[in-house]
Write a protein that binds this ligand. Structure first.
Ligand SMILES: [Zn+2]
Length: 275
């Protein structure tokens, strides 16, 4: 264990400050990028001798011992046990502190034209998560409608562990999307909330860990939901791109012909569309 160098105590650190600091510690080129990622607050890759690391924005406020711990972890990975523990603890505290600050600013509309997410989520919680002791369930609501032509895939649902918010894609707010499918998407995202524990290694959040996969497979509509998604993935993507709700093919009478058919980035399962 090296002694921490007396690093300049003047926060916040910018990306360049971080680069310089890590380059000194690692004696190798380091590119640092701040990200808005909330699931993976640290991502590291090495390409031709250069480290590329993306850090959640709150790393700009890291105290000297955490800067040092990050460098240690980059150099030695999990073998740097003390550094990893310090890093994990600090990240966790930060993510949790943010979780308490932010929810007030997030306004969500759970009531759609066809599906009321608040009511459905209550049912899912009562039926599948009655045993869970959560201090507070996340708020649920529809994401914003913004059609995007460039996207090739879409995310049907997401859980934000910082804001404690579950969002569903507005393309799902359709009479043509069965209620049990919407319920399944809610189940998937609420399961993230249930399992949102510091299950991290190396400063990384485990998203679909072993327990997650096992519990999701046990969900009664799991297979059926996968099959429905597989069958309708192109229609869902098309709906998302046009900023409209999903419609079954027979009803989607006029569809712009000029656009290329979207290809799902990952057709292995519905998992590709959930986060
Ligand atoms: Zn997920």
């Amino acid at each position: 264990m090296e002694s921490a160098q007396p690093l300049e105590p003047t926060p916040p650190l910018g990306e360049d400050d971080w680069s310089a600091l890590l380059e000194r510690a690692l004696e190798a080129p380091v590119r640092v990028r701040f990200s808005r990622a909330r699931h993976q607050v640290v991502r590291l890759a090495r390409h031709r001798g250069t480290y590329h690391i993306s850090l959640a924005r709150f790393f700009s406020l890291a105290p000297p011992e955490i800067r040092h711990a990050l460098a240690m972890w980059m150099r030695s990975g999990r073998r740097a046990r003390k550094a990893c523990a310090a890093l994990d603890g600090w990240i966790d505290a930060h993510v949790r502190a943010l979780a308490h600050e932010k929810p007030a600013h997030v306004r969500l509309e759970p009531r759609g034209s066809h599906h009321d997410l608040a009511a459905l989520a209550q049912g899912v919680i009562a039926q599948h998560f009655a045993q869970e002791e959560l201090r507070a369930w996340p708020s649920v609501g529809w994401g914003r409608k913004n059609g995007s032509r460039s996207r090739r895939t879409l995310r049907l649902g997401s859980f934000d562990p910082v804001d404690r918010v579950v969002r569903l894609h507005p393309a799902l707010d359709s009479a043509d999307v069965p209620m049990w499918f919407v319920r399944y998407v809610l189940f998937h995202e609420l399961l993230h909330a249930v399992l949102d524990r510091p299950e991290r290694s190396k400063g990384r959040r485990v998203i679909h860990g072993r327990e997650f996969v096992a519990r999701e497979r046990a969900y009664p509509d799991f297979e059926r939901a996968l099959a429905w998604e597989r069958e309708h993935v192109l229609g869902l993507i098309r709906a998302a791109r046009s900023g409209r709700a999903f419609a079954l093919p027979t009803r989607a009478a006029q569809r712009p012909a000029a656009r290329p058919t979207p290809t799902p980035a990952d057709d292995r399962s519905v998992q590709g569309l959930l986060f």
